[in-house]
Design a binder for this molecule. Structure first.
Ligand code: MLT
Length: 313
């Protein structure tokens, strides 16, 4: 370690923009954040730790990081960072709360259209040598009622995009401003009403004790037969087994799911079902979002290391 230069430890693959923002003001080191012993060793000499979602920044890591001043999460959710433990040690936690919201909203749209028009299944079938037009008839979004659960930044972007399809938009969000919803042409309704009226439902919530399991067996029973469910937010907001049961029973018509209760995973009751489109947590995985996330957290990290005020992004 060169004297004088703070050490920034990159624990995951981040966009190249991260390194360009840092220039030569810091010394950048790399470690595989999922390799626990390597992480614990490397973090001891780090002034800043940059992660995406695979590295668990828990009390043990923070205890080993005696020089640490800042933990930066190149994304929105802080699910993998124990914020109170960091705060207790005087370690600042920064994230990039707007970096990937467009990508997340676009991915939810992609999942919805994929399910509605059965694109992945039809593609797989044709590539396997079948020409089965009648097996892959879909449904239009135009004229349908779309229920948005959670009308925060991503939920709003999703709704704005769906408006272009000629849909009727309703949303459930006890914290949403009625004025903002009205501006976007969205009717705010109680959750039960949203479940009963929607032809497709997309969830855009953080995972908290309040939202975990929000869409379980009881909620699914209240939905319209044939409803399409989309989750590109967090695993566990929807009960995966209850959703799988409902699809198997022929009640829920299809689902587009990007996030799972355990990640990484290669097993879910949903994986074997028809009309289910799944992706491995790709909502934020675009060149643009990763570039923004990297740049945003690198800038905040530099400010923190200089001892400057770090504004909310
Ligand atoms: C987020 O919380 O921003 C996303 O889940 C991020 C990611 O996939 O890195």
């Amino acid at each position: 370690t060169k004297p004088g230069k703070p050490v920034v430890l990159l624990a995951e693959k981040l966009a190249p923009s991260v390194v360009s923002v840092f220039g030569d003001e810091v010394e950048v080191q790399h470690v595989d954040g999922t390799d626990r012993s390597a992480l614990l060793a490397a973090v001891a000499s780090a002034d800043a730790l940059l992660v995406r979602s695979a590295t668990q920044v828990d009390a043990e890591v923070l205890a080993a990081a005696t020089r640490l001043k800042v933990v930066a999460r190149a994304g929105v959710g802080l699910d993998n960072v124990e914020v109170p433990a960091a705060t207790e040690r005087g370690v600042l936690v920064v994230n990039a709360p707007t970096s990937n919201i467009v990508s997340a909203a676009e991915h939810a749209v992609a999942l919805l259209l994929s399910v509605a028009r059965r694109v992945p299944a039809a593609s797989a079938s044709l590539r396997a040598g079948e020409w089965k037009r009648s097996s892959y008839a879909g449904v239009e979004l135009s004229g349908k009622t779309i229920g948005v659960v959670g009308l925060g930044k991503i939920g709003q972007l999703f709704a704005q995009r769906l408006a272009a399809f000629g849909t009727e938009l309703i949303a459930y969000d006890p914290y949403a401003s009625p004025a903002r919803a009205a501006q976007l042409g969205i009717e705010l309704v109680p959750l039960d009403e949203l479940l009963e009226r929607s032809d497709a439902i997309s969830i855009h919530l953080p995972k908290t004790p309040e939202t975990k399991g929000l869409i379980g067996a009881e909620a699914l029973k209240k939905t319209k037969p044939g409803v399409i469910i989309v989750n590109a937010a967090r695993g566990g907001l929807i009960d995966e087994s209850a959703l799988a049961d409902s699809i198997r029973e022929g009640h829920v018509g299809g689902a587009g799911i990007d996030v799972f209760v355990t990640e990484p995973t290669t097993e879910s009751p949903l994986f074997g079902l028809p009309n289910v489109v799944v992706t491995p947590h790709l909502g934020a995985s675009t060149a643009e979002a990763q570039d923004r996330a990297g740049t945003d957290v690198a800038r905040s990290t530099l400010l923190a290391l200089r001892g400057d005020f770090v504004p909310d992004a």
